[in-house]
Each structure stands twice: as C-alpha cells, then as structure tokens.
Ligand binder design. Structure first.
Ligand code: IDP
Ligand code: MG
Length: 149
C-alpha cells in the first residue's frame, strides 16, 4: 500500500497545529502508520533537504528545522503521496489555494508549516530516513469498507 512522509515543521508545532494536521488526514480517510516528535539533528535535516543543498535558502532551512521539535508522520492509503500534496497546498502559503493547509494557515514560504513527500520514490526514501521498520505499525482500520468499494 502506498505511503507518504509528512512532517509538521517547527512553526506548526509551536503554533499548536499538530492536531489540525492529523485531523485533516484522518478525516480524509488515510491511515496513520507512524508518528513521533523529533528534535532534528543537523545531519538529519541536511540529509532530508539534500536536493536543495545548492539553493541559497538551504542553511537557513536546515537551521529552522533544527530550531524546535517537529512531528514526523507516515500516512498510508491509495494515492496518498499526490493527495497529501494537494491537501498541503503550494509551497508558498500566500498563493496556496484556500482550503489547503498552507493556504489556510501560512503566510511565508520560510514558515510554511508542513512537509509532504513529492513522489512515491521520494516518500520511500524519506520514510526510511526518518523511521525504523519497528516504528511503523501495520493495521487496517475497520472503516476501510466504508471508504472503498
Ligand atoms: P515543498 O515543501 O512544497 O516540497 P520545496 O521546493 O521542496 O517545497 O522546498 C522545500 C522547502 O524549502 C519549502 O517547504 C520551504 O520551507 C523552503 N523553500 C522553498 N523555496 C524557498 C525559497 O525560495 N525561499 C526560502 N525558502 C524556500
Ligand atoms: Mg519538496
């Protein structure tokens, strides 16, 4: 089953929006299979954002992600990678569609509250970077037949 990595960034945690993020994915129908609060190390942040290492904002992004705890999650479900990105909204919260998490709660690209993997392959890489196999649950919610034919 498809899985994606979602992280509530330090600003989302500090603003008390962890529950809001979890509620959105739960209500949509996705299944939570991994969840933890992490004080991120510089090494982990640099590895996670490795594709952006040449960008001018890389060092301030890494510093920000390490500045206060994040909440790391793995969500599972059909089409969850692309769907989570839709629920999260565009990178810049000012132009993110209303109704999306970033559209509803953010104003700045440097403080856009949440991360979601951008492709199935990236999701697999990020899940194994952030979680050990033992930390991931395997379960099927009893509501599944009410969400899928
Ligand atoms: P995404 O989070 O929507 O996938 P990416 O382009 O992968 O966006 O960028 C990763 C993160 O880097 C963004 O969520 C944002 O926090 C930060 N970022 C992206 N572009 C900029 C920028 O132009 N200035 C400052 N920070 C940026
Ligand atoms: Mg990205």
């Amino acid at each position: 089953m498809e899985q994606t990595f979602v992280m509530v960034k330090p600003d989302g945690v500090q603003r008390g929006l962890i529950g809001e993020v979890i509620s959105r994915f739960e209500a949509k129908g996705f299944t939570l299979v991994g969840l933890k609060l992490v004080q991120v190390s510089k090494e982990l942040a640099e590895e996670h954002y490795d594709v952006h290492k040449e960008r001018p904002f890389f060092s301030s992004l890494v510093e920000f992600i390490c500045s206060s705890p994040v909440v790391a999650m793995v969500w599972q479900g059909k089409g969850v990678v692309a769907s989570a990105r839709t629920v999260i909204g565009a990178t810049n919260p000012l132009t993110a569609a209303p109704g999306t998490i970033r559209g509803n709660y953010g104003m700045s690209i440097e403080r856009n509250m949440i991360h979601g993997s951008d492709a199935i392959e990236t999701a697999q890489k990020e899940i194994s970077l952030w979680f050990s196999k033992k930390e991931l649950g395997s379960w099927e919610p009893t509501m599944t037949p009410w969400l899928h034919e």
